[in-house]
Design a protein. Structure first.
Length: 380
C-alpha cells in the first residue's frame, strides 16, 4: 500500500514539474476594459539582432488571484503530501531531490511559509464551510478552472466576487483583504524575476522553432505562488495569449504553455492530422494499461508528447540527467511519443530547416512496433 501511495506521489510531482495541461482557444469575444487597480508591468523590449524580440507582455498580480490561491491552498492542503514525500526513502525520491533541488527550495520559500502560517490561523469553521460546499469540486474541472483563471485577470474585484458567491463568502469571512495588503509588496518582489525572465523564455521558444515573424500577441503571464497543486493553462483573446502556471523554478510550465498556441496551427493542419492518425492503434496501449492520464484521445496524446518534447529540448538539452528524468516520467503518464519526438528533435537541431517544414517528418516516422516494445518494457 505504501509503495503504491509513493508511486502515486511521484507521478503527481512529475505532473507538477512537467505541468502537463490541455490547450484551448477560448471563443473570440470583446474584452472588458482592464481594471485600473490591477498591477501590471508592461514592457516593450528594444529590438536587437532580430525583429521578433520586441514583445508586449505583463505579469499581473491582483486580489482576485491572491484570494483563489489562498482558498485552494487551504482546501487542498499540501502538508501531508510534502511530509510524506520528504520522509520516505527510495531511489526515485532521492533521484528527484538530487536532480531538481530548487523544487524543494520553492516548497520551503520563506514568504510562502509565512502566508500559509497566517492562513492556518483562519477560523476552521470557515474552512470547513468552504470544503463542504459542492461548488468547490467544480473548480477542479479543467474548463471551469480555466474560466476562473481568465476571470481573475479580466474582471474587476467587485465583478469577480459577485460572479463567484463561494469565493466572495470566503474572501469576506476570512478577511482576505487584510492579508492581501500585508503581503502585497513582498509578493510583487517575487514576481519581478518572472517579469525579467519572460521575454527570454518566449524568445527561446521562437528561436528554437525558427520563427521569423514577431510575436504579435501580448503575453499575459500569471504565476500562482501559493498553491503548489496548481496546474498550467492557456487561453487566447483577440490579441492576447494568457498563460497561468504555478511558480515553477525551472520554467517548464511557462515554456510548455507558450509552445501550445504557437504550434497549434501547424499541428492541426489536415495534412499533419492524417500523418499522426496512421498510428492511432498505439492509443490502445495506454487504455489497456489503464494509465491515469488527463489525455484520453490520440490527438491529445500526440500533441502533448510533442509540446513536452520541445520544452524539454529547449530547457534541458545540455543536461541529460534532467532530460531523461522528464522523458521517463512522461512516458509513465501515457505520453507514449515523448522519446520518439526527442530523438527526432535532435536531428532537427542539426538541420538548416524551419520547424514547420520538419514537423511532417516527425509525425510520419513513428515506428509502431518499436513504440509498442518500449512501452511494454517501461510499464511492466
Amino acid at each position: 500500500m505504501k509503495l503504491k501511495l509513493f508511486s502515486t506521489i511521484l507521478i503527481v510531482i512529475i505532473l507538477l514539474s512537467s505541468c502537463i495541461s490541455c490547450y484551448t482557444k477560448t471563443p473570440v469575444r470583446e474584452e472588458k476594459e482592464a481594471d485600473v487597480s490591477l498591477k501590471t508591468t508592461q514592457t516593450e523590449i528594444e529590438e536587437t539582432e532580430r525583429p521578433d524580440v520586441s514583445l508586449k507582455y505583463s505579469v499581473p498580480y491582483n486580489e482576485n488571484l491572491f484570494t483563489i490561491s489562498c482558498m485552494s491552498c487551504l482546501t487542498y492542503s499540501d502538508e501531508e503530501f510534502l511530509s510524506y514525500w520528504e520522509n520516505q526513502s527510495g531511489k526515485e525520491r532521492e533521484e528527484f531531490k538530487k536532480i531538481y533541488p530548487e523544487f524543494f527550495e520553492f516548497f520551503n520559500n520563506p514568504l510562502r511559509k509565512k502566508i500559509k502560517e497566517d492562513l492556518n490561523k483562519i477560523d476552521p469553521k470557515i474552512i470547513e464551510k468552504i470544503k463542504s460546499d459542492p461548488t468547490l469540486k467544480t473548480f477542479n474541472s479543467f474548463w471551469i478552472r480555466l474560466g476562473l483563471m481568465d476571470d481573475t485577470i479580466k474582471l474587476s474585484k467587485d465583478e469577480f466576487l459577485n460572479k463567484y458567491e463561494l469565493i466572495r463568502e470566503f474572501y469576506e469571512e476570512a478577511e482576505i483583504h487584510n492579508l492581501y495588503l500585508i503581503y502585497e509588496d513582498d509578493y510583487e518582489k517575487e514576481l519581478e524575476k518572472y517579469r525579467k525572465i519572460l521575454p527570454e523564455k518566449i524568445k527561446a521558444v521562437r528561436d528554437y522553432l525558427r520563427l521569423e515573424e514577431p510575436e504579435e500577441n501580448e503575453i499575459i503571464y500569471v504565476p500562482n505562488f501559493i498553491d503548489i497543486n496548481f496546474r498550467g493553462f492557456n487561453s487566447r483573446g483577440l490579441d492576447k495569449i494568457y498563460i497561468y502556471t504555478w511558480f515553477d523554478p525551472y520554467y517548464i510550465a511557462l515554456t510548455h504553455e507558450y509552445i501550445h498556441p504557437v504550434i497549434e496551427p501547424l499541428f492541426s493542419t489536415y495534412e499533419n492530422y492524417k500523418l499522426f492518425n496512421k498510428y492511432k492503434e498505439l492509443m490502445k496501449l495506454v487504455r489497456d494499461k489503464d494509465i491515469d492520464t488527463s489525455y484520453n484521445t490520440w490527438t491529445s496524446i500526440v500533441n502533448e508528447s510533442l509540446v513536452q518534447s520541445i520544452a524539454f529540448r529547449i530547457l534541458f538539452s545540455n543536461d541529460e540527467e534532467k532530460l531523461n528524468f522528464q522523458i521517463g516520467g512522461n512516458e509513465k503518464l501515457g505520453l507514449i511519443l515523448v522519446r520518439h519526438f526527442n530523438e527526432k528533435l535532435k536531428e532537427y537541431e542539426k538541420k538548416d530547416i524551419k520547424f514547420k517544414d520538419f514537423l511532417p517528418e516527425m509525425l510520419s516516422t513513428i515506428d509502431i512496433e518499436k513504440e509498442k516494445e518500449e512501452f511494454i518494457r517501461d510499464n511492466k
